[in-house]
Write a protein that binds this ligand. Structure first.
Ligand code: NAD
Ligand code: WQD
Length: 343
C-alpha cells in the first residue's frame, strides 16, 4: 500500500482528505498538534472508512519529533500539507505566530522531505493569493497580488518557497488554491469544527440556525453586486478532498507537466451571501435571524474561479451544488452535539 503523510489531518479539509485517501486504498499517517481540531476526529474517520490512520499528536515545528516520524515511516511516498493557522483577522494581530507556524513549518517539512527523499508534495493554497482580482473568473496565470493579510502572505510565500525548492531539488509539488470550502461529509461524522469561535460564513450560519448564536450579520449590503452582498465561489469540502487524491496520483505516476503546478479548486460559479442564506433557509426550513451590517475590512467584493485547468489537466470537477453544500453543513451542525456532548 502506498503511504501518504497528511499534516493537519484532523482539521476540516484534512479529515475529509484522509477519508478519501483511505477509501482509495492509501495508508495514511496523520500529524496534527490539535491546536484547531479534536482527537475524536480520528475515531470518526475510522467509523466512516473502517480504517484507522496512524496518528501523531505532534507540532510540525518540533523538528526532533518530525525526524522521528520520518524515520519510523521510511516508506512515505507523498506528503499533503494542510497544517496551518487560517484566521485572517488573527493573523493581522499575531503575524509572528502566522509566519512561524505557516511559513516556518513548511520550510521544516520540505527540508525533512528532501532529507528522506520524498519527492511529492501537495500544498493547501488559497484564492486569497489573487487578492481583489482585476477580471473574473480568476485563472491560475493571473497575477498574484500583494496580500491583504499576513495569513494571505504566508500562503503566497509558501507557494514561492515550494516552487523554488522544486527548481533546486528533486521535488514535485502541486499547490491547490481552494476558493471557499463549505459542506461536510455525507455521514455527518466529520465537518468544520474549529476550536473557539468560527470566522467563516457557513459555520456562523449553522450556529445561528441551531441557536448557538442569537443573530448573525451580513458583512455589507451595498456592494455593487446584483443583490449588494459579496460574491464567493463556494465549493464542497468532499470535492476538494477528492482533488488531493488526484494530485497525489498525478505526481506518483509521473504525470506532472512541470515540477511545480498550481490549480484552482472551485465550482466556477459565484454566489452571493444572500444566495447562501436563501439556499440554507429553503433547504432547512429554518429562518435565520440576521441583519445587514457594515462591510468587513479586507473583504474582496467578488471572486470566483476559472476551473478549466483542474477540469482538463487533473480531470477533476466539482460535483456538489450549493444546495447539497448547505444541506450537508446543516446535517453536520445538528450531529455535532451527538459526537461532542462535552462541547
Ligand atoms: P483547520 O484549522 O481545520 O485544519 C488545520 C489543522 O492543522 C488543524 O487540525 C490544526 O490543529 C493543525 N495544525 C496547525 N498548525 C499545526 C502545527 N504547527 N503542527 C501540527 N498541526 C498543526 O483548517 P482547514 O480549513 O482544514 O484548512 C486546511 C488548510 O487549507 C490550511 O492550510 C488553510 O490555510 C488552507 N485553506 C483553507 C481554506 C478554508 O476556507 N478552510 C481556504 C483556503 C485554504
Ligand atoms: C464569505 C463571505 C463575508 C461571515 C476566507 C479567507 C480566504 C479563504 C477562505 C483560507 C464574505 C461573508 C462572513 C459572516 C458574512 N481561507 N460573511 N457574515 O472571507 O471569503 O475567505 O476563507 O485561505 O483566504 O479570507 O470567507 O467565509 O469568511 O466569508 O456576511 O458572519 O461571507 O463577508 O463575503 P472569505 P468567509
Amino acid at each position: 500500500m502506498t503511504k501518504v503523510l497528511v499534516t493537519g489531518g484532523t482539521g476540516y479539509i484534512g479529515s475529509h482528505t484522509v477519508v478519501e485517501l483511505l477509501n482509495s486504498g492509501y495508508e495514511v499517517v496523520v500529524i496534527d498538534n490539535l491546536c484547531n481540531s479534536y482527537i475524536k476526529v480520528v475515531d470518526c474517520i475510522e467509523k466512516i472508512t473502517g480504517k484507522r490512520p496512524t496518528f501523531y499528536n505532534t507540532d510540525l515545528l518540533d523538528s526532533t519529533a518530525l525526524e522521528a516520524i520520518f524515520n519510523t515511516h521510511q516508506d512515505i511516498a507523498a506528503v499533503i500539507h494542510f497544517a496551518a493557522h487560517k484566521a485572517v483577522g488573527e493573523s493581522v494581530k499575531k503575524p509572528i505566530d502566522y509566519y512561524k507556524n505557516n511559513v516556518g513549518a513548511t520550510v521544516m517539512l520540505v527540508e525533512a522531505m528532501l532529507k528522506h527523499k520524498i519527492e511529492a508534495l501537495v500544498f493547501s493554497s488559497s484564492c486569497t493569493v489573487y487578492g481583489e482580482p482585476d477580471t473574473l473568473p480568476v485563472t491560475e496565470n493571473m497575477p498574484v497580488k500583494p496580500p491583504v493579510s499576513p495569513y494571505g502572505n504566508t500562503k503566497k510565500i509558501c507557494e514561492e518557497v515550494i516552487r523554488d525548492c522544486t527548481k533546486a531539488y528533486s521535488l514535485h509539488a502541486i499547490s491547490l488554491r481552494y476558493f471557499n470550502p463549505i459542506g461536510a461529509h455525507p455521514s455527518a461524522l466529520i465537518g468544520e469544527l474549529p476550536i473557539g469561535s468560527p470566522n467563516n460564513l457557513m459555520p456562523i450560519v449553522t450556529q445561528t440556525a441551531i441557536g448557538k448564536r442569537n443573530k448573525m450579520q451580513i458583512h455589507g449590503g451595498d456592494y455593487t453586486t446584483p443583490d449588494g452582498s459579496c460574491i464567493r465561489d463556494y465549493i464542497h469540502v468532499v470535492d476538494i478532498a477528492k482533488a488531493h487524491v488526484i494530485a497525489v496520483e498525478r505526481m506518483l505516476k509521473n504525470k506532472s507537466a512541470a515540477p511545480y503546478e498550481a490549480f484552482n479548486l472551485g465550482t466556477g460559479h459565484g454566489n452571493s451571501v444572500f444566495e447562501v442564506i436563501e439556499a440554507f433557509e429553503r433547504t432547512s426550513g429554518v429562518k435565520l435571524n440576521y441583519e445587514v451590517g457594515a462591510k468587513r475590512p479586507g473583504d474582496v467584493m467578488s471572486i470566483y474561479s476559472d476551473t478549466t485547468l483542474a477540469n482538463t489537466v487533473l480531470g477533476w470537477k466539482a460535483d456538489y451544488d450549493l444546495d447539497e453544500m448547505v444541506i450537508s453543513s446543516w446535517a453536520w451542525e445538528k450531529n455535532i452535539q451527538n459526537i461532542y456532548p462535552e462541547l
